[in-house]
Design a protein around this ligand. Structure first.
Ligand SMILES: CSCCC(=O)C(=O)COP(=O)(O)O
Ligand SMILES: [Mg+2]
Length: 261
């Protein structure tokens, strides 16, 4: 097992979810198929609700922005009433969601709808958020050492809270000082990390960001945030250059805090 000393100026640890706290397989093989299998039925059941209409509005706006992309699926406005017209629009939303998911897009519009859909899956016990076994004990230790701990995921804040609120380790939301999603900006843009630091009330170099994705690590580093790339079973492989450039950990227990005994 390696040891990665945490720089003394670090006051907060910012965690990615998929591939960092949580197996990619859980997201790709449990959470995402639930959306694909249930989106049509969900839209039919919730169509008249304000939240659902807001989600559809966001998806429609995103579809307009995506109109020049290969295979993009537009979402028409409902023109008139009737079952057939409603089914036509719902089918367009379903096709749009499937198209976005086929490319694992991280748009806020898609992530908002997914977060709302997962509510029922978690609340009924159909799904429990999977977390690597080193995560909870390590976070408890960091917090005892005075470290703040935040989540930054492309999954919506609501989806994050469901995953950790209904996790295999129980409700562990108390372990986090706050949550960020793509509403603060995409994870591959350095400005997002400056906004997160401003929101936490610290400098970017007071933060250590743990992620499985080198592009995200690169964006954070450009903003002067400390980074380590996390290697977990099922994560995409790294190039030799990435392996030699980034600090790497395969378990949260490998982080060594200056105040750790
Ligand atoms: C937090 S819920 C499911 C995860 C998700 O939708 C996603 O896109 C994961 O992205 P991450 O930024 O956590 O790698
Ligand atoms: Mg990730």
């Amino acid at each position: 097992m390696g040891v990665l000393p945490v720089p003394a100026e670090v006051r907060a640890i910012l965690l990615d979810i998929e591939g960092t706290t949580t197996p990619i397989a859980f997201v790709q093989e449990t959470l995402f198929p639930y959306i694909k299998d249930n989106v049509k039925e969900y839209l039919r059941a919730h169509w008249e609700e304000e939240e659902c209409q807001r989600d559809v509005g966001l998806l429609r706006k995103q579809a307009q922005e995506d109109s020049s992309l290969d295979g993009a699926v537009p979402i028409p406005l409902e023109s008139g009433s009737g079952e057939e017209e409603l089914e036509r629009v719902i089918q367009a939303v379903v096709d749009n969601v499937h198209w976005q998911m086929s490319m694992d897009r991280k748009t806020t519009a898609l992530k908002q709808l997914q977060g709302h859909m997962w509510r029922a899956a978690y609340a009924t016990g159909l799904v429990k958020g999977e977390i690597f076994e080193d995560v909870v004990p390590a976070i408890r230790k960091w917090r005892e050492a005075g470290m703040k701990v935040y989540i930054y995921s492309s999954g919506s804040i609501e989806a994050q809270k469901l995953l950790f609120g209904y996790s295999t380790e129980g409700d562990i939301l108390e372990l986090f000082d706050g949550h960020f999603d793509t509403k603060i900006g995409p994870k591959v843009e350095s400005e997002s990390y400056r906004r997160i630091a401003a929101s936490i009330g610290c400098a970017t170099n007071n933060i250590l960001f743990l992620t499985d994705i080198p592009r995200e690590a690169n964006a954070a580093e450009e903003a002067d945030t400390h980074v380590a790339v996390v290697i977990r079973p099922g994560n995409a492989g790294l190039t030799d250059d990435e392996k030699s450039y980034y600090s790497l950990i395969s378990s949260f227990t490998e982080l060594f805090l200056p105040s750790s005994t």
